[in-house]
Design a protein around this ligand. Structure first.
Ligand code: AMP
Ligand code: MG
Length: 314
């Protein structure tokens, strides 16, 4: 059910869970100081308890309630990228609820760049908010995606389609070397260029699972099976119950199951999860995606590649 930002703030203060728009994806928000409310997020999503939540703030001074960490680079990055799609992982204060951090000694913090999210959080104080989908499903980038996963009873603020459409970059500042745990719109290159320091890209395998437990789970999956296409396959084995997504090639056939982005990778990122859900609504069996090119073509490509790769059926 659609509610105003004012009503959403009242509900969150009462301990309820409300879906809020951000520039990345919609989040399922609860008061970050209310253990029952945060537990309700995990129940609603069916989220494994070892997958921690990001705390969303609306004012920089709220950071101090969650961490005593004060690395210089944190404030330089905040200055440049907040509000925006960059989440910091920092050592947590003892007072931060264990349910939010899944028992880790770190906490993830972000200030979202969406006027309705900021207006709610200014009224309620910080909220814990994972993506507003059932666990494993594609993240919601439009209000109707939330209704598909949770029905109409869940209160939702309508903020229109998300402008980025992929989840935030997660940057771990709790260790020796800043490390990207999840790629997003803000890239390791951008951070390196700005600070003149080395940033590690996603740690691989066990190390990543230890530092960011959520990455062990399958993510972002539609019901249709997702695969990378070969160009020959795309033309020879054209099937009507399949969604074909191209970003450089323009196939000869036009149909409503053939999508082309013609080099607009930001648009592709913004549309990806909506296309996944469109394929499911039409009961398509398969989604074929043209393989992504060299990552230097657009800064969003590492994030797109990461999300598509995680949704590919094995
Ligand atoms: P979601 O909110 O659904 O986009 O998922 C939050 C992401 O942030 C997951 O990949 C989590 O593993 C990651 N995350 C949240 N808190 C932490 C933390 N304290 N340390 C490392 N990763 C975290
Ligand atoms: Mg999620």
């Amino acid at each position: 059910m659609i509610v105003s930002a004012q009503k959403a703030a009242e509900l969150i203060r009462e301990g309820q869970v409300v879906a809020i728009p951000t520039e990345t994806v919609y989040g399922l928000a609860a008061d970050a100081t209310n253990i029952q409310a945060v537990r309700h997020i995990f129940e609603l999503k069916g989220r494994p308890p070892d997958n921690p939540l990001i705390v969303h703030v609306a004012e920089i001074n709220q950071v101090a309630s969650f961490t005593d960490d004060r690395p210089d680079i944190l404030f330089k990055l905040i200055d440049r990228f907040w509000p925006g799609p960059l989440t910091f992982v920092l050592s947590k204060k003892a007072s931060v609820l264990d349910i939010i951090t899944a028992g880790l000694d770190t906490v993830a913090l972000r200030m979202p760049d969406h006027p309705k999210a900021l207006s709610v959080i200014k009224k309620t104080g910080p909220v814990a908010a994972p993506s507003a989908n059932r666990s494993g499903r594609p993240s919601p980038t439009r209000p109707e995606h939330i209704t598909l996963d949770f029905g109409d009873d869940l209160p939702v603020i309508d903020g229109g389609p998300c402008s980025i459409g992929l989840e935030s970059t997660v940057l771990d500042l709790s260790g020796y070397i800043p490390t990207i745990l999840r790629p997003g719109k803000i890239t390791a290159d951008q951070i390196e260029d700005m600070l003149d320091i080395k940033v590690l890209r996603e740690p691989a395998g066990e190390n990543q699972i230890r530092r960011s437990p959520g990455t062990r789970y399958s993510h972002y999956k539609p019901n249709a099976s997702v695969s990378w296409m070969s160009s020959i396959e795309s033309i020879r084995s054209y099937q009507p119950d399949t969604l074909y997504i191209f970003h450089t090639q323009s196939p000869k056939i036009t149909d409503d199951n053939i999508i082309t982005f013609e080099g607009n990778y930001l648009d592709f990122a913004k549309s990806l999860y909506d296309l996944y859900r469109t394929a499911d609504k039409r009961n398509y069996k398969k989604i074929f995606i043209e393989p992504l090119p060299d990552t230097t073509l657009s800064p969003i490509i590492p994030a797109l590649l990461n999300r598509i790769q995680r949704s590919v059926s094995h």
